[in-house]
Design a protein around this ligand. Structure first.
Ligand code: NCD
Length: 324
């Protein structure tokens, strides 16, 4: 049976592609969160679940990944599902022989029930979803486009801490131009009223003007700042990101900005309030000092990572129609 076609999820995730945060409304988000909560309970109490028994998910990763790849693998295996693991098909497979994305997708939809794909080209997830007639595609990052599952776990982590996703003050810092996690997270936060986001980045890595205007239209209050000195002391969330080296065609440009913005205990002391959280999608490459890791406000190597696995357990189960 061909998969259903709909641009919004409307609480019905079954066999639907998950490509963008634009597909979500508040109800579908909270439905996902409530199942994530259940998955967390099961995982923390080591209760074996075989919800995904008999299912096969292809993990098709055209870009290096250990975290997201590992998180999906752990999520699926904890629920008794199987995976076909393909990393760097550009080097290791028929893609290296010249196979098109469309053909690759058609082959793996014949083998599996779901395809989770990461690809360096923006829009590739959408193209894959179009090519797949029968099985849903989950976008695990498409170029500088989006990274919906990362944003979903980020939103869940923020919700877990503050009990709300509205009227928050956030600071997003780093590579706002190329950081796909940022692009998805802004979409997610724009679903809720009263959110203010301060944007701090090197001038060359600012959010595209067009995107900025778009998010403002959606109701986000966006304030661009160009120096750490302008960081508000009221932020609930600091979301720091890596400068995306792989997106630079000229590495001397990367060298100029790579160490531009770093969280240190001193920076936190001056600008961060007590009741806030420090987030990062990982991997970090120096933009958060190691000495910050023991700060109780730092969640990036703690709940943020764990929540990723619980949320992916929930999302895959919903999409495969195993829970509802
Ligand atoms: C992010 C990505 O791939 O966009 N990583 C991840 O999925 N955890 C962020 C990054 O690579 O900087």
């Amino acid at each position: 049976m061909p998969k259903p076609k709909s641009s919004t999820l409307q609480q019905h995730f079954v066999r639907q592609d998950i490509l963008s945060l634009d597909q979500f409304d508040i109800d579908s988000l909270f439905k996902l969160f409530s199942i994530t909560q259940q998955m967390r309970y099961f995982a923390q109490h080591s209760q074996p679940l075989d919800l995904l028994k008999g299912t096969i998910t292809t993990l098709l990763f055209y870009e290096p990944s250990s975290r997201t790849f590992g998180s999906f693998t752990a999520a699926i295996k904890r629920l008794g599902g199987d995976t076909i693991d393909i990393q760097n098909p550009g080097q290791n497979s028929s893609v290296a022989k010249g196979e098109t994305l469309k053909d690759t997708i058609r082959v793996f939809e014949a083998y599996s029930d779901l395809i989770v794909m990461r690809h360096p080209v923006t829009g590739a997830a959408k193209a894959a979803a179009k090519a797949a007639f029968f099985v849903p595609i989950i976008n695990a990052g498409d170029g500088i486009g989006e990274h919906p599952t990362q944003a979903l776990l980020d939103l869940y982590t923020i919700y877990e801490k503050f009990g709300r996703l509205d009227h928050l003050t956030c600071l997003f810092s780093g590579d706002l131009l190329n950081g796909r996690t940022i692009h998805s997270l802004l979409r997610g936060l724009s679903l809720f009223p009263g959110n203010t986001i301060y944007l701090l980045s090197p001038t060359s890595l600012k959010l595209k003007h067009e995107q900025l205007e778009n998010f403002k239209k959606k109701g986000l209050k966006l304030i661009e700042i160009s120096s750490e000195k302008a960081i508000p002391k009221t932020a609930d969330v600091w979301y720091w990101t890596r400068i995306q080296k792989e997106r630079f065609s000229d590495l001397t440009e990367y060298e100029k900005v790579k160490n531009a913005l770093t969280i240190t205990p001193q920076l936190l002391k001056h600008y961060a309030k007590k009741d806030m959280i420090i987030m990062h999608p990982l991997p970090r490459v120096g933009e958060i000092a190691i000495s910050v890791d023991t700060d109780p406000r730092a969640v990036y190597l703690r709940s943020q990572v764990r929540n990723g696995m619980y949320l992916r357990m929930a999302l895959v189960s919903l999409v495969l129609g195993k829970i509802g």
